[in-house]
Design a protein around this ligand. Sequence first.
Ligand code: NZQ
Ligand code: ZN
Length: 389
Amino acid sequence: MLGTFTYCNPTKLYFGEGAVKHLSDELPKYGKNVVLVYGGGSIKKNGIYDTVVRILKENGKTVVEIAGVMPNPTLEKLYEGIGIARKAHAELILAVGGGSVCDYAKALSVSVCCEEDPWEKYYVRFEEPTCKIVPVGCVLTMAGTGSEMNAGAVITNHAAKRKIGHVFESETVMPRFSVLDPAYTLTLPRYQMIAGIYDIFNHICEQYFSGEDDNTSDYLSEGLMRSLLHGSRIAAKDTQDMEARSNIMWTATWALNTLVACGKSTDWMVHMLGQAVGAYTDATHGMTLAAVSLPYYRHILPYGLKKFVRFAENVWNVDPAGKTDEEIANAGLDAMKRWMKELGLAMNITELGATPDMIEGIADATLVMDGGYKVLTREEIVKILRESL
Ligand code: NZQ
Ligand code: ZN
């Protein structure tokens, strides 16, 4: 393990069925004014809204709502929320929903007291907050992003055709607490469940496919991937299997709470490509990743051959006997492709609404990272995107 790093994750987690009751342990720590943030209404249908509001009232909170946070939350919605949270003198932002709602709450938390334009400051100049940060708590209803225990906040600016994630450096942006009740994920539509599963898997890949040193993070990653494959196969057959859904939820958190990034340079190019596709199509995040993954990994395989061989053997149980390293590595990706198809993931960007005339624009919107096995040129990005059509 050759990298140097600082590790700090202050998010307190309450995990398991009925964990929402622990809101009463947390709420007394914050002021009276709570801004409750949620999405398009799933929490009203499944009863989570009623439970949370009852607990807020029992704790004597004054609640102002920001409803209708959409998947892939937009800059316009952020501006709207800033106005509401300022007027409410927000002392706690409580996010109840999936990654979009949690991300939105974090973006809001660093914007409420910010005097500059948050898009320019956080998503163009990638600066850190210099203002007071309103604390955030989460009640998670969808497993996937890891937003419940990290400092990431992805915002889509449709006017600029950009979908940009800022992973804030300061742990003060991470949620103070998160409630993770796997039973809350059971009402998730199957499409969202499998998109979340692939998002989790790819978060691990993004960190795993970097570096060549012998690193504990990679062994942890392999364990998380194996657990996820196991749970995903059970959940794909029976979406109501609580043990599988529990393991998937817990794996999602550890896949992206900075632990398995320790000592790694990390890649993140699948996410950069996927987010650029998202900026043009507004497609579901996990599906955009699935649709570009195989062309990308086949492309970088020669540059990271040793790790792809290890991935094939340790994650996909590929038998190396009688095979060259290239054959082992490709057999690993073949096994991954079979699993993706078995789940029913999007296997190309055409089915997500992308068209050939968008490719140049999507390439322009793709940020190039330098932590993986190959720093992509624009020509390579265009080639990968064309192969993803
Ligand atoms: O809006 P509602 O009505 O709540 O419906 C949502 C939404 O339509 C629904 N849903 C969530 N929980 C449900 C449910 N429906 C029924 N029952 C439930 N229990 O699912 C749909 C998708 O929700 P969303 O929050 O958009 O999904 P996800 O958790 O995948 O979040 C996606 C966003 O997170 C960002 C993505 O880019 C995207 O904007 N990401 C955030 C990251 C981070 N903070 O580190 C990293 C990720 O890579 C990702 O980029
Ligand atoms: Zn993701």
